[in-house]
Design a protein around this ligand. Sequence first.
Ligand code: PLP
Length: 525
Amino acid sequence: MTTRCYKKTMGPTSVQNILLDINIILDCYDAERLKRFPSSKPAFNLATQSASYRPFISSSSLDNLEFLKSRAFKQSYPQATAAERQQLTLFFIKDVLNQVALAKTPAYLEIDDNDIEDSLIIASAKAIDAKVITRDAGMLDQYPEIALTADRFIQSHQKQPTQVPFLDLKAATQELTAEIEQATDRVLNSGWYILGEEVERFEADFAAYCQAAHGVGVASGLDALQLALRACDIGPGDEVIVPSHTFIATWLAVSQVGATPVPVEPIEATYNIDPARIEAAITPRTRAILPVHLYGQPADLDPILAIARRHGLKVIEDAAQAHGARYKGQRIGAHGDAVAWSFYPGKNLGAFGDGGAVTTNNADLAERLRLLRNYGSREKYVNQAQGCNSRLDPLQAAFLGVKLRHLDAWNDRRRALAEAYLQGLADSPLTLPVVPEWAEPVWHLFVIRHPQRDALQRQLTEAGIGSLIHYPIPPHRQPCYADAGYDDGRYPIATRMAGEVLSLPMGPQLTREQAADVISGIRKT
Ligand SMILES: Cc1ncc(COP(=O)(O)O)c(C=O)c1O
């Protein structure tokens, strides 16, 4: 599991950061300059208006921009007072900053003795992995791998072939550059690097977002599941009902507390555990049901909760893929006894590393989780339980806090893309995901089915369109469960799905144009 590597599967980044040198910006605001340098305007427009680019200006250039524009105003309007010129300059700067974001000037500069200003701009560009568009001959000469002319920028844009990455994590990070920088500085300057205020604030905010009373940050989604099971006193000799079609972590958590995963087949149309099949799997040893809100679509919780009540079972939800999803209008987060979350980077709410959480309405359970994640200790050097070290890092909590503010907007973007796919592929040979009327999914993944899935995936790859399989081998067929005695013939739906499912590109940074490319790519196959 830890070998999943986005770099390999993502393909090229779809959005490129562009740092505009101030000579290009000044050209665009001055008719005389533009006559001499006409390429500056189309380059500026391309950088600021195309979904393929994100435009920046180096923070180190701002005062120079102000100085040069103020001087230009003095020449154009010699009768204007200093205050009027100042006002005009301010309007100009604000107008520029409405179109381009500020890029930091980092502390790890390499100062070029010949041109300090250029080295500041290049350092800014490196910090955000941007190309610089400039007319400065010295910069073009000295930094050919980073700096390019307006003309070359326009030409390189025209040459780019269609590429649709499966997921663009770098673009997601770059969209939040300033907020992430602020969060990083805050945590590093706090001097507090384990648990503490930062983690507590995120736990409270995330729990509130999930409509749950308590949130407990842990080190990963797998740990969230394991600790939730342990906090419910589930262990050796117990059985836990799990979906036959899910990511392996759902099963591993059960196995790792010493209990036995008992698989139940999914409803094909929604991919989620079929409540109608659960009761047949219950034995005297069953202690809990562990539904997964797979691909961001809520499982049908009411019948599951009713079965659990009838049989005195706990319900522990695996919501690793469902941040923000709603079941019958209520956010996933506290329907069951405990809800486990993953903040793996590719999730709808993803950290810059591993992270996880458990949400619950049960104060005692939350307290037990806090104990278990921290060596079983509430008071330093007093250990009530044989706990583990599974704490959410303050730095990750701060990043997650930033991303939480954008989660609804980013989920809306996923929804719009899913809508486009559902409409654009409605009459194609693909089997599309079905959304029950009580479900508000958040489209962590957009998963289609096709009997010739592998051929379809090959053709999409050749067309420059990324895709992944979630998941190619069902848990009961994994080598790690080879000795567990699962009867392959009892899980035909999970087995068939593993051979047919294909996840199309999906993510908040995927553009509508790219979704249209995916649709036409599929239609051509
Ligand atoms: C359904 C499901 N459950 C559990 C997990 C485990 O989360 P993590 O990778 O944070 O341990 C994942 C994440 O990949 C998942 O998709």
